[in-house]
Design a protein around this ligand. Structure first.
Ligand SMILES: [Fe+2]
Ligand SMILES: [Fe+2]
Length: 168
């Protein structure tokens, strides 16, 4: 972003800027998930992370599709928010020895990531509709629905199993 000029002038600019922000974030998440899969002990949690890695790769493809549909260059711009969430979760995970407690920490970290994605996709869907791009909105909505479903699954896993074991 320019220091002397303001590069985001219109809602369309803001839409494209945010697409590039979440494009960076999704790529970062795809790189972080294999380590989370490796660290998870609970079989369902491991499987859940694996499934979401597959979905995340799909989210990246969908974003590329939206860039193309909207005639914008496919580009990632640094997203300090996702960098911070991932950095903090790695720090916390590094402090935990107990496997069940580590699973609980991994779930909390993954939910922070999902909530970040939900806010971004929520805004993008609303803005796409406002900009007269229901076609882009419906592609982004598919991803938003998957992020919300993942968040719910993580809550169920935490409440049903992982937290209970960690508390023993
Ligand atoms: Fe995603
Ligand atoms: Fe996600």
């Amino acid at each position: 972003m320019g220091f002397f000029t303001k590069d985001i002038k219109t809602m369309d600019d803001l839409f494209v800027h945010t697409l590039r922000d979440i494009y960076y974030a999704e790529n970062k998440i795809a790189k972080a998930l294999p380590e989370m899969i490796e660290k998870a002990s609970d079989a369902k949690l491991k499987q859940g992370f694996k499934a979401h890695l597959g979905e995340t790769e799909n989210h990246i493809s969908r974003l590329q599709e939206v860039f193309r549909m909207h005639g914008a260059e496919i580009e990632a711009i640094e997203c300090p928010a996702i960098d911070g969430i991932i950095e903090e979760s790695e720090e916390v995970a590094g402090e935990v020895d107990d496997k069940a407690v580590l699973d609980a920490a991994l779930i909390a970290a993954a939910q922070a990531v999902e909530h970040y994605e939900i806010t971004r996709y929520g805004s993008l869907v609303a803005w796409a509709k406002q900009l007269g791009r229901p076609d882009c909105a419906s592609v982004l909505q598919k991803t938003l629905d998957e992020e919300k479903a993942t968040d719910k699954k993580l809550t169920m896993l935490a409440e049903n199993a992982v937290n209970m074991r960690a508390a023993v």
